[in-house]
Design a protein around this ligand. Structure first.
Ligand SMILES: Cc1ncc(C[n+]2csc(CCOP(=O)(O)OP(=O)(O)O)c2C)c(N)n1
Length: 279
C-alpha cells in the first residue's frame, strides 16, 4: 500500500475516534473502549475495501457489514456519517428518544445492514446474507465484526460450524481481540483463546494481524477475497480504547465517561494525531 493511502486511512480512523467521542459526550453515555479498538478496521472497510454508495444505501449489490458487537454503535455511526450516509450533525441526537441513533446499532439508520446489541447473534445473520448471495449468484461480500468476549456466546459457534460446512467463502469475519470484556480481562473471566485454532477447527481460513495497522487490515481483506472454499476470520490484535492514553487497556472505559476535566486531554491527544497525519 502506498504511504499516502496508509496515511489517509489512519487519518480517517483518528477522525472516526474523535467523532465517536463527540457523539458519546453529547449523549452523556456510550461505549468508548470497544468503539476505539475497531476504528482502523472500519476505516479500511468503509473507505477502501467495501463496495458501497452512500446515496443508495439499500443497493442490492452493496457489500454488507454486521456489527455483531452492537454496543460499539458510536464507531459505526461516526463512520457512516463521515462516509456521507447522513449528516455528521445528526450524531448529536445519539441516544435521545426521538432519534433513530439508538445506543445499540439500529437497522433503520442509513448504511446499517442489521440491528445488533444482543451479543452472539451477528455471525448467524451475516452467514444468512452470505448464503443468500451464493444461492442467487450475487457477488457482494458480507463482513461481520465480533468481540473477543462476545465469542463466548454459543450461537457464534453454531454459525461458525455452518459457515465452514457450507464453504461460505464470501463471508469475512473479524474478531476484535482487545483482550478485555465488560468488567475484566478474558483471561480472568472466561478465556476464548486460542481464537484462531477454534475457527480453524470449524473449517475456516484464519488470518492473524495487527488490528491497528491499516495496511495489514487491507492485505488480509484482499487475501480473504481470494480465498476459495472457506470463510475467513481475521483475528485482529487490538487495544481497547486505542488512541487515547486514558482509555487504553482500561476496563473502566468499557461504557463509562471521562470526568469533566478529562475530556479536553482526550480531545487534545486525538487532535494531535489528526494534525500529524494531515501533515
Ligand atoms: C447477550 C448479551 N449479554 C450481555 C450483554 C452485555 N454486554 C455488553 S458489551 C459486553 C462485553 C462484550 O465484550 P467484547 O465482545 O469483548 O466487547 P468489547 O470489549 O470489544 O467492547 C457485555 C457482556 C449483551 N449486550 N448481550
Amino acid at each position: 500500500m502506498e504511504d499516502a493511502k496508509k496515511r489517509e486511512l489512519a487519518l480517517m480512523a483518528a477522525k472516526i475516534r474523535k467523532t465517536a467521542l463527540q457523539t458519546i459526550q453529547a449523549a452523556g453515555s456510550g461505549h468508548i473502549g470497544g468503539s476505539f479498538s475497531i476504528a482502523d478496521i472500519l476505516s479500511v472497510l468503509y473507505f477502501d475495501k467495501m463496495k458501497l454508495d452512500p446515496k443508495d444505501p439499500k443497493s442490492p449489490d452493496r457489500d454488507r457489514l454486521v456489527l455483531s458487537k452492537g454496543h460499539c454503535s458510536p464507531a459505526l455511526y461516526a463512520t457512516l456519517a463521515l462516509k456521507g450516509f447522513f449528516p455528521v450533525e445528526h450524531l448529536s441526537t445519539f441516544r435521545t428518544l426521538e432519534s433513530d441513533l439508538s445506543g445499540h446499532v439500529e437497522i433503520h439508520v442509513p448504511g446499517v445492514d442489521m440491528s445488533s446489541g444482543s451479543l452472539g447473534q451477528g455471525l448467524s445473520v451475516a452467514l444468512g446474507m452470505a448464503m443468500y448471495a451464493k444461492a442467487k449468484s450475487k457477488n457482494y461480500k458480507t463482513f461481520c465484526i465480533l468481540g473477543d468476549g462476545e465469542i463466548q456466546e454459543g450461537q457464534v459457534w453454531e454459525a461458525a460450524m455452518c459457515a465452514g460446512f457450507y464453504k461460505a467463502d464470501n463471508l469475512i469475519a473479524f474478531v476484535d481481540n482487545n483482550k478485555l470484556q465488560l468488567d475484566g480481562s478474558l483471561d480472568e473471566i472466561m478465556s476464548s483463546y486460542p481464537i484462531g485454532d477454534k475457527f480453524r477447527a470449524f473449517g475456516w481460513n484464519v488470518l492473524e494481524i495487527d488490528g491497528h495497522d491499516v495496511e495489514q487490515i487491507a492485505d488480509a481483506v484482499e487475501l480473504a477475497f481470494s480465498m476459495k472454499g472457506k470463510p475467513t476470520v481475521i483475528v485482529a490484535d487490538t487495544v481497547k480504547g486505542k488512541g487515547v492514553t486514558l482509555f487504553e487497556n482500561n476496563v473502566n472505559f468499557h461504557g463509562s465517561q471521562p470526568k469533566p476535566d478529562e475530556w479536553p486531554v482526550c480531545y487534545a491527544q486525538l487532535d494531535d494525531e489528526i494534525a500529524e497525519l494531515e501533515g
